[in-house]
Ligand binder design. Sequence first.
Ligand SMILES: [Fe+2]
Ligand SMILES: [Fe+2]
Length: 373
Amino acid sequence: MSAQETSAPPVRQHSLDNSSASPVDGEQLTQVAVRVLTTPNAADKASLTHQTAHLWRDNRLQCSVATDNRPAAPARPARDDAVQLVEPRKMKSLGKGNTLQSRQRLVHSLVHIESWAVDLSWDIIARFGNDPSYRLPRDFFDDFVRVAEDECRHHELLRSRLEEMGSFYGAFPAHDALWDSAAATAHSLPARLAIEHCTHEARGLDVMPATILKFRGNGDEATAKLLEDIIYKEEITHCAAGVRWLKYLHTLAHESAEVDISHSAVEPEDGSSTADASGGTTASTAVAPWMEDARQFPRVEQWFHSLVKRYFKGNLKPPFNEAARAEAGFGPEWYMPIAAAAPGSAPAAAAAALQPQASLPEVAPAVPIATGA
Ligand SMILES: [Fe+2]
Ligand SMILES: [Fe+2]
């Protein structure tokens, strides 16, 4: 155990600067979302999250497509130095949960993942909420404000549980691989939904039952119950939100006519920009790049397969939690055709049988595998 692991937990303090100022009546939701992302202190981030969710539910915040110079989502959310970060490959094994320190490490890693999940929820609102090409209705923002509040509650509950176990957030090193997928999908809402919510969060559903058993089997019923009764059930709804809005975008792309992308935040995948020589955006009516992409795929599952191949490194790992995935709204036709399996094995044969007829673009994968929140 390192010196850092044995030191006393830091006192939780709120910062006093204006970067985490409370939301006010009539403010734009996307603007407040940027403020949560640029708030470095976890307690301030949580406080802002709860205040914003409350105001949003009371219809006291606005959400209109940007026609002014609103602050953009930061490339990376602000973080204080409460947790020592290491490269994923240098992370020590979390263990099997058969010692107190192993269980502390497991809960610590979940606390850290949930903290990133809070930022990911606000990032999807801040980064894509102002883009008119997505035609996002209020339901979209309802869903992701709720997800942000859920993730914040998960972070706080697990953090309190970690302290009950005699440890604290920051006691162990952690890695930030989850943000790598966010960076790789920062140009595209469908890519973000496919990778963060339908892949990483779905993977979280696959491994959650075994994680719960790890705690229960080692006598830690309190952590097992917290995961089973609250977090697991709510994570299914987060996956469902990803599936729901990916389906929405696929339908929109196939049913709509051309869309004005003059204020689009979407960057074409070739790296070119819609900005004109004067630095402004070119007022034009055209099909947004993401729509052109979606229109290559008659079925949303095929589009999902293509997005995973482009933005996720490797195949999806079985075994899958079929019941939880079905509850979230996606069946085996979504994941079996891109599942990792040994040639000739039963899963490989099943995957081949479900493989869609349309060919998928061959694009280099970009993101390492990580487990979602
Ligand atoms: Fe969560
Ligand atoms: Fe989640």
